[in-house]
Write a protein that binds this ligand. Structure first.
Ligand code: NAI
Length: 703
């Protein structure tokens, strides 16, 4: 039995849970609530304990385990972090979706750690909480992965500010398990003994609920809705009926650290606790636990982005090599250091990096700084920039190249290693920085315009390659008074065009609330707009058999040039599909061809005879068809050594898989639906090697 390392980054099917006030009360009773905190137990003005969240999504925990193929005998809850975005209503439906983000290997006899992250939404549409769980898989170590980064909470060398004692009853797990965690370890004496315990043990999450009550009671009495973050590590098993004590140190306003001990033996049963509290601003966009790289963040726009992201909880790599405005000069650590200092003063986390984005090594090292310091990268803002303005004929190769190196190659150099990390974790936000000079043109900036517009091309493809991995890539054309533009804007523009007026849009594009990818936005002075590449309806010139003449182009120039009723394409296939269908609308009058195939299976019966062996020289491919609908099913077609074999069922190693509904498939096979159109309209989905799927039309003459 080995861990399923391929599961990393893949979405775990959403789980859904309906609950009523009785579930919330049952949970509260399970974690020791009673008349002393009646607000959790009485349906009149009921408040839901924040840690009810974990009991409500316990199935997600098990799904992470089964998806990972973990050995269930060795499963323990390792760490638990919950970030609250909104208080939990007393009833409704919770929907949770998430994925496995990391597998860490502690060693053959030491076990493995599985980390998974999920978001839970209420049926009222609100995101309620984000959970990061770590499963300690005692029996699954030694698979050759890296060890987990060390995370220790430093406890002050003084007495706790609060100590809250509680006595879970000897039967507590019997009550707690009714909230969903019915694992036999907490109820079955035989199971507990074979797992190495004297008797059934407390659920770690039950003690966790006791601790949460203690923290609320001490820091935000009667206001569970103010709990913003609740983290801890489960460190030791506890038998029911043992007194526990939660020790709490308030470290600053809104933050405390805590641990829960066995009050008899003084052993720590829950450690490394962090509790953050305060008002949760409505729909606030936060970046807690997100790691952002901002290039060129030592001043101007980059500095504004870095500060705002840090204020909202992100950990920042402040990159800046500190050169002159035109990219010359020795470079200096001071701009990046200054911004890091400012972030730390605000209570944020940041690290400086002085690498040059213009080199591949620089890009790798910037990302390495993020990994070494904060363990990951979630956000990248490619912002570093220089100017070397000259009219075109005066733009010598060096000035051309240097500007392209910083802007275009710089974005490539940093995005590539960052994309690798984001792809692995199944999350990423990348913002490119273009310019109105590139989008619309500007005298004296040929090098800069070319570099800035090239970034739009880079975005267009990254948005496609990143889609499957929840990596969204957008582009901003800012307008702000900075060192770069100080001599461009008149004096009275300086306040109006502060970088902070650009920041909100960029921050939004970096957030998990941002649903868009592949968009270009103008932002500055409080004005925001989207700009796009629009393709006009165009004109069909000729009949696709004879080459159009130059004169025919001239005669049709108005129609060719207009962008009235234009269209925005999000993939080249969409455009090619339209271009293909401009000439070839299927001949619907041909009744015979329309009804040639009456069933899906008839198509596959006909396929061997429709095969053209000469077109298959050197090919070794398997086309898998997955046809939905009541006439559907699975078939595959093996083409090898100039032979074609068609069978029903699924092949283990398909070159590509074509997924389509039965009616659309029949339309396609009867010549009523052009395959490219089916693909670009989403009716036909192709997984695997898309290029090879295009051979099908050449290999079979079906209509
Ligand atoms: P800025 O000069 O204040 O900031 C750019 C930063 O990038 C500087 O701190 C600089 O040291 C750093 N940098 C330059 N080359 C670097 C390299 N090779 N490696 C690492 N860091 C490097 O300028 P501003 O205005 O804040 O520019 C930010 C971005 O916005 C640039 O990409 C710029 O082209 C773009 N932009 C700015 C506009 C504006 O109105 N300010 C308009 C359109 C685009």
């Amino acid at each position: 039995m080995a861990l399923n390392l391929d599961a990393i980054g893949k979405k775990i099917s959403p789980i859904s849970k309906d609950y009523t006030w009785k579930d919330a009360v049952l949970y509260a009773l399970g974690v020791g609530a009673g008349f002393s905190d009646l607000e959790y137990c009485y349906e009149k003005e009921l408040k839901v304990l924040p840690t009810f969240s974990m009991a409500a999504i316990i199935d997600f925990f098990w799904l992470v385990g089964t998806t990972s193929n973990v050995n269930p005998a060795g499963v323990l809850h390792g760490e638990q972090e919950i970030i609250f975005h909104s208080s939990i209503p007393p009833e409704g439906t919770l929907t949770t979706e998430g994925k496995i983000t990391h597998y860490y290997d502690k060693g053959k006899d030491k076990g493995a750690l599985i980390l998974a992250e999920s978001d839970t939404f209420h049926s009222n549409g609100k995101k309620l909480f984000t959970s990061i769980i770590s499963i300690f898989a005692r029996l699954d170590g030694g698979f050759g992965g890296e060890n987990s980064p060390k995370k220790e909470v430093k406890f002050p060398n003084r007495d706790p500010d609060f100590e809250v004692e509680a006595l879970p009853s000897a039967d507590q797990p019997l009550l707690y398990r009714l909230s969903g965690d019915i694992f036999p370890l907490h109820v079955d004496p035989d199971f507990a003994r074979t797992s190495g315990f004297e008797k059934p043990i407390m659920h770690g999450l039950c003690t966790h609920g006791y601790a949460c009550r203690a923290l609320i009671h001490s820091l935000v009495p009667g206001e569970p809705e103010k709990v913003r973050r609740f983290n801890c590590r489960f460190s030791k098993a506890l038998y029911p009926g043992t007194p526990i004590r939660t020790l709490i140190w308030k470290t600053k306003e809104g933050k405390a650290i805590w641990r829960t001990i066995n009050a008899k033996t003084k052993e720590v049963v829950i450690d490394n606790g962090v509790f953050e509290y305060g008002d949760i601003p409505k729909d606030e966009i936060r970046f807690d636990d997100r790691v952002a790289i901002v290039t060129g963040a030592g001043g101007g726009l980059g500095q504004a982005y870095a500060l705002e992201l840090a204020k909202k909880g992100a950990k920042i790599v402040v990159n800046d090599m500190g050169g002159d405005r035109n990219g010359s000069g020795k470079g200096s650590a001071s701009p990046a250091d200054k911004v890091v200092k400012e972030i730390r003063k605000l209570g944020g986390k940041a690290v400086a990096n002085y690498d040059n984005v213009a080199t591949p090594e620089g890009g790798e090292n910037i990302v390495k700084t993020a990994l070494d310091t904060f363990g990951t990268v979630d956000i990248l803002i490619n912002n570093a920039g220089i100017l070397r303005d000259k009219s075109f004929l005066k733009t010598e190769p060096k000035n051309w190249q240097t500007v392209l190196d910083v802007h275009l190659n710089g974005a490539y150099n940093v995005s590539r290693p960052a994309f690798r990390v984001m792809r692995e974790k199944g999350y990423g936000r990348i913002v490119m920085t273009t310019s109105t000079s590139g989008l619309y043109g500007n005298f004296g900036q040929a090098n800069y315009s070319a570099a800035k517009m090239a970034l739009v091309g880079l975005m267009n493809t990254l948005k496609l390659e990143g889609k499957k991995y929840n990596i969204l890539v957008n582009t901003v054309a800012p307008l702000a008074t900075t060192r770069l533009t100080e001599d461009v804007f008149p004096q009275d523009f300086i306040e109006k065009a502060k970088p902070e007026f650009v920041t909100p849009l960029v921050i939004y594009l970096c957030s998990d609330r941002c649903p868009v990818s592949g968009n270009i936005y103008n932002a500055g002075m409080g004005c925001f707009s989207r700009t796009a590449v629009i393709t006009g309806p165009g004109a069909v010139v000729g009949d696709a058999n004879r080459l159009p003449t130059v004169e025919a182009i001239m005669d049709n120039l108005d129609k060719i040039s207009t962008i009235k009723n234009g269209k925005e394409y999000s993939h080249l296939n969409d455009y090619v599909g339209d271009a293909l269908t401009a000439f070839s609308s299927p001949d619907r009058s041909d009744e015979k061809s329309q009804h040639r195939f009456k069933s899906v299976s008839a198509v596959f019966d006909a396929m061997p005879n429709a095969f053209i062996p000469d077109a298959s020289a050197g090919l070794d491919v398997v086309f898998q068809y997955s046809i939905s609908g009541k006439d559907g099913g699975d078939w595959f077609c093996v083409v090898k050594d100039n032979i074609c074999i068609v069978e029903s069922g699924t092949n283990e190693k398909p070159t590509c898989t074509l997924k389509i509904a039965d009616t659309d498939f029949l339309d396609m096979m009867n010549g009523m639906l052009i395959p490219m159109k089916a693909y670009t309209s989403g009716k036909l989905k192709i997984e695997g090697d898309i290029m090879k799927s295009q051979l099908i039309e050449k290999l079979f003459k079906l209509y």
